[in-house]
Write a protein of this length. Structure first.
Length: 265
């Protein structure tokens, strides 16, 4: 009887010990183990884009001695989907922001008919204002491309180089050879397979505004990813376009990034 009690006690202690790892991050929101979070302000799901290590250039100090370049690590969180019509409507109602060009809602609903569709007809200024309201920002072009690759290196698309499975990952009317989908224009966000980082619609659906200027004259801002009406030339990770920051079109939207999460789930 005594032996049975000792065995039971030991089993209980083992369970408690295994379940109480002091090194396991629980509420440290800046820990890179927090892979997926919900952003409190706009309710967007975000995922951690892992470290992008780069070798900084070697330099020389004031005495002419070599200072080797250090590895620079950049990790950030990115919205898993493009900002939706519903999220942008919430922003307009709660922030008081007024776009310079009023949003043509009747035309917008022809292409993005529900709150779960991507927000379109937004300028770079509108996208930036949303990001500031949500305490986030637009991605740089470099961040966008790194995230779009989903961990793959040297591949043409986020799923690899096999065009035959493209329809499982991308919404575009211009890729008839890959098969037709049921959406004539924009698809609800997250309707296709995600890439290796858990990001949806990095190609197709709508172009996405980035922070960067596309030219030295600073007349146009970069967009990446292609849209629902583009052909295969733009539907590549390296695909690139640019508009004036005030432009609003039916095939351009955006998603946000942040260095640290607001609420973890």
């Amino acid at each position: 009887m005594m032996v049975q009690r000792l065995v039971i006690l030991l089993l209980v202690l083992m369970v408690v010990f295994v379940g109480c790892d002091e090194d396991e991050p629980v509420e440290d929101l800046k820990d890179t183990d927090a892979k997926s979070i919900i952003w409190e302000k706009d309710g967007a799901k975000m995922v951690l884009i892992p470290e992008n290590f780069e070798q900084a250039k070697d330099t020389y100090d004031e005495f002419g001695d070599l200072v080797p370049g250090k590895l620079v690590s950049d990790s950030f969180y990115m919205d898993t989907t493009e900002v939706t019509v519903g999220q942008f409507k919430k922003f307009l109602k709660s922030s008081g922001y007024k776009p310079t060009d009023p949003i043509p809602w009747a035309e917008l609903y022809e292409y993005s008919p529900t709150d779960d569709h991507p927000m379109i007809y937004v300028s770079w200024f509108d996208a930036t204002a949303y990001c500031e309201w949500a305490d986030k920002r637009l991605p740089t072009e470099k961040e966008w491309e790194f995230a779009a690759r989903g961990g793959l290196v040297g591949k043409e698309f986020p799923w690899g180089d096999d065009e035959s499975i493209a329809r499982e990952y991308v919404n575009s009317a211009g890729i008839v050879k890959w098969g037709k989908d049921k959406w004539e224009n924009c698809a609800p966000v997250g309707s296709f397979h995600p890439n290796g980082y858990g990001l949806f619609d990095m190609l197709g659906n709508v172009w996405e505004w980035c922070q960067d200027w596309s030219d030295e004259e600073k007349k146009n801002r970069v967009l990446r990813g292609g849209s629902w009406y583009d052909d295969t030339y733009y539907l590549r990770v390296a695909g690139r376009d640019s508009y004036t920051p005030a432009a609003t079109v039916n095939g351009a939207g955006f998603r946000c990034v942040s260095e640290f999460p607001a609420v973890q789930q």
